[in-house]
Ligand binder design. Sequence first.
Ligand code: ADP
Ligand code: MG
Length: 489
Amino acid sequence: MSKLVQGYEVVIGFETHAQLSTKSKIFSRASVAFGAEPNTQACAVDMALPGTLPVMNIGAVERAIEFGLAINAHIAERSIFARKNYFYPDLPKGYQISQFEIPVVQGGEVSFFLEVGKETVRKTVRLERAHLEEDAGKSLHEDFIGQSGIDLNRAGTPLLEIVTQPDMRSSEEAVAYAKELHKIVTWIGICDGNMQEGSFRCDANVSVRKPGGELGTRREIKNLNSFKFMQQAIDYEVRWQIDQIEDGHAIQQATVLFDPDTGETRAMRTKEDAADYRYFPDPDLPPLVIGRDWVERVKGEMAELPRVMAERFVKDYALPEYDATQLTQSKAVAAYFEATAKACGQPKLASNWIMGEVSRRLNASEMAIEQAPVSAAQLAALIGRISDNTISNNAARQVFEGLWNGEGPSGSEGDVDALIEAKGLKQMNDTGELEKIIDDVLAANPKNVEEFKAGNAKALNGLVGPIMKASKGKANPGQVNALLMKKLR
Ligand code: ADP
Ligand code: MG
């Protein structure tokens, strides 16, 4: 099911750094709060002063366990911290503490829906691992002339690096994966997901090959911090690699950066191999031991996972799998749906409205559902008025529009009836009840029907009269005519 680009298959694997939402750092007590004055949140451990020792933050481990459970991975009973050695000014120890040979989270998978043409298909991306590590500091180049500054506030910030198998086959799949992963980590609350602040950054490993051939050489696009750039960067990279190969050049393994201003990727450095880092177990930290009881305890304390909730929606509300997945995009959307469905007793209609009118308007105004001007109670009341035939679907859309624009006086579900009244939308001017009345009148007046069919146009009046009467004058005459003609022809 791979989509080929100029006869090439695209292969993508992701490495994502999710900053864990602990209060303090992974191996020290310094705060991880964002935006502090440089070097005000770096303690002796973060500055690598001699004689200091790292102490594992239990909160970071717990978040790694939560992630492993969320993606159905194996949680290692014993994992090892390693030193990844490299020289860089923002890394005062000269090594980063990470996990190498034995990571804490092993395997697992992330699956999501994808629109392919007119179809929605489910795609599953296998994860290789997720490991705990510390972030490095930051070099500051902008405020200095002929010098660089170092800010160690970020040094020691806890990260979970989440690595996939090379399972994605297009930029669309890659973005859909990243969005799903983002949903999972924010849902379970292990990461705030703020991409601008760097709490969730993705590296995309991209290669191309002729279908069925061996994996091509990859280039790694570093630090993609928006879904839009992610798509642009991968699309550019794919075209660039194909052009190179078509021109007879081999791809060199490299780390590249995406420049949003030019829309291009540029090589930063040729890529190190694992051997260059001289990994070895960190003698300052004992193995990380996680017993089954700890895993069970964490499991018991976790909120319902999105995929579990989606399964429940399918079962309890008889929703299609696609709807259930869309409605579990965030806890807030799911809560809005459940409140609406419970209040109106029509889950599928609730789903249609939320995935249609509601999300269209939210998207158009870049609003979160928490800010939606139409409450779940109001939407439920509106759906109730469609099902009891008080208003047509069209009229309901007008009422919805009114509610959305703040025309409802109180913000309560009572506004729905008030607006229907005020807009004069209460009907019988549509199908449903009106059609039933017409059918009854036709059945009761066979003579008029016969005469009309024989060519006597005036016989129609003998039918319209009783219909208007039966509808207590609420039927729309134009519509009565149209419906009558349809039924008589
Ligand atoms: P490193 O840690 O050196 O970056 P890994 O072997 O751990 O390298 O792979 C990192 C990521 O690159 C993984 O997500 C993996 O799926 C992906 N990857 C590996 N080979 C390829 C390839 N040929 N094309 C695309 N992605 C690849
Ligand atoms: Mg890498």
